[in-house]
Ligand binder design. Sequence first.
Ligand code: DQA
Length: 146
Amino acid sequence: MPKILVIHGPNLNLLGAREVDIYGKVTIDQINNELKSVAEKRKVDIEIMQSNHEGEIVDVIGKAKKNKVNAVLINPAAYTHTSVAIRDAVSACGVPTVEVHLSNIYAREEFRHTSLIAPVAKGQVAGFGKTSYLLGLEAAIELASK
Ligand code: DQA
């Protein structure tokens, strides 16, 4: 079975309580349950993690190929705009990566308009709340099945 690794970046553990006007009331558990149910139907293996730590995210991306991951789905959260280390990990890992965001980062503060990850990702989905993850998962399944 193709294997997809889902990575939620910093503060996404607070979804549902955090800035609900921007991110909505959906919790990370609800998102994960929907991703798992799609994965089950589509017969792909899914592994999900959340981390507030840049180095931990770098480590897990770096091990993706060795761990037989076929595609990565990542919401790098605030690290989207700051992390050269995560960008380099995505670029180096040899596993196709899909970037997702709940909010439309281009319609928000200017510092969010730049994604350091986007140029090394296969593509990006932003602005659709939890649907961004579901659309991103579709793309990741396609990439993982190639
Ligand atoms: C986010 C957008 C980022 O700018 C922000 O730092 C986040 C969440 C999103 O999903 O909309 O933490 O990645």
